[in-house]
Design a protein around this ligand. Structure first.
Ligand SMILES: Nc1ncnc2c1ncn2[C@@H]1O[C@H](COP(=O)(O)OP(=O)(O)O)[C@@H](O)[C@H]1O
Ligand SMILES: [Mg+2]
Length: 363
């Protein structure tokens, strides 16, 4: 039923012209993540022209109205994303609620309440897959737990769960009093969508199913009291992020990127999404920043300092770099996060964890 509703919404949206390309917004590829749930609530993202705020708002409004007018649609939640790099935001002068110092109207309703018992819930996001988001999330969690913070890690990457591998965990979690008991390793409470479903199946999931699974991972898991719950989100800025933001309040988001230009366009999109929902962007981490060679020199395989420049351009804090360690992949595949060892990466991750702690203490 929601499948045909999506088709009708697509048809309605294709009547709207994208001012920058002159084509309709569907043909121009400006509409992303279109989904409809059983109740007729429709969600999508819309790439809008950057720089011209009024044109962007008019386009978003037109798209929302067109979708809302489709019979069977009971509600529309559309998120604008910008598609060009020319962002001229002033960094914040003070205060940390909004690190960008700009007041932007939230376009997505955000959840008012926090997950019970969890002091700070922080999303780890990336524009693309394969940038090391899960590796960074896992090692940050281990570092945070090592300093005595009650830490949880929720692997919400429906399409590519990797926490079971990163921590070498097999099998299904236990149930206690109708709640799922998280696994525990290196003092981190762990839960992954990968423990519950087959990732090959999840690829075909529709928006509402993704949402249901995410909700279950948050509310049906016995997290207990946690200082910090890190959430490893799927790459990109799609349905899962929006559902996450709408179901429980996020304290902040960390964006992981590699230095390449391609990845950076995605950083911008990520920052934009969180900004529009009033979720503070804690900062950007640049992973695989350089290769450290045995003679101690650095090889910048993907260019130098790209993520830092993008962060600056977006007025987002830059948290630091993680070099490319040739042996890190093996450690990850062996289920032993380097942060739990005397690997050189442990120092790097500890420094990044410091910044997360500082952020939570400021709040
Ligand atoms: N800093 C790094 N040095 C070396 N290998 C890394 C580094 N970060 C990630 N990797 C490796 O890159 C691959 C992708 O990382 P992963 O964390 O799964 O990415 P994502 O979650 O963004 O898809 C994995 O094999 C991982 O071990
Ligand atoms: Mg991953």
């Amino acid at each position: 039923m929601s499948g045909s509703l999506i088709l009708r919404v697509r048809a309605a949206l294709s009547a709207i012209k994208d001012p920058s390309s002159g084509r309709n917004i569907i043909a121009a590829g400006a509409v992303g993540g279109l989904s409809a749930d059983e109740d007729g609530k429709v969600r999508f993202t819309l790439e809008v022209p950057d720089g011209d705020r009024r044109a962007a708002e008019a386009l978003l409004k037109a798209a929302e109205s067109a979708a809302a007018a489709v019979p069977g649609v009971t509600g529309v939640s559309a998120v604008a994303t910008a598609h060009s790099a020319a962002q001229q935001h002033q960094p914040a002068k003070g205060g940390h609620d909004n690190p960008f110092g700009l007041k932007q109207k939230p376009r997505i309703e955000t959840a008012g309440e926090q997950l019970a018992g969890v002091k700070s819930m922080i999303a780890i996001a990336s524009g693309k897959g394969g940038v090391g988001k899960s590796t960074v999330a896992a090692n940050l969690a281990v570092s945070l737990a090592a300093r005595g913070l009650k830490t949880g890690l929720l692997d919400a990457d429906i399409y590519g769960p990797s926490l079971p591998t990163l921590f070498g965990i097999k099998g299904k979690p236990q149930m206690r009093d109708n709640k799922i008991v998280p696994f525990e390793a290196f003092n981190v409470k762990l839960m992954s969508i990968g423990f519950l479903i087959d990732p090959d199946e999840a690829v075909a999931w529709r928006g509402p199913m993704v949402m249901g699974a995410l909700r279950q991972l948050m509310s049906d898991v016995d997290w207990g009291d946690l200082d910090i719950l890190l959430v490893d989100t799927p790459p990109g800025t799609g349905d899962a992020h929006i559902s996450l933001i709408q179901s429980k309040k996020l304290s902040g988001a960390v964006i992981v990127s590699t230095p390449q230009e391609m990845a950076l366009a995605d950083v911008r999109r990520g920052v934009q999404l969180f900004r529009q929902t009033d979720t503070p962007v804690i900062g950007v981490i640049e992973n695989m920043a350089w290769l450290e060679t045995p003679d101690g020199s650095k090889q910048f395989l993907f260019g130098e300092g790209g993520a830092e420049r993008a962060a600056k351009e977006l007025g987002a804090p830059f948290l630091g770099t993680v070099p490319l360690y040739p042996d890190l992949r093996q450690a990850s595949d062996d289920g032993l996060p380097p942060a739990a060892t005397d690997h050189a990466a442990a120092t790097t991750f500890n420094q990044l964890a410091d910044q997360i702690v500082k952020f939570t203490e400021r709040r």
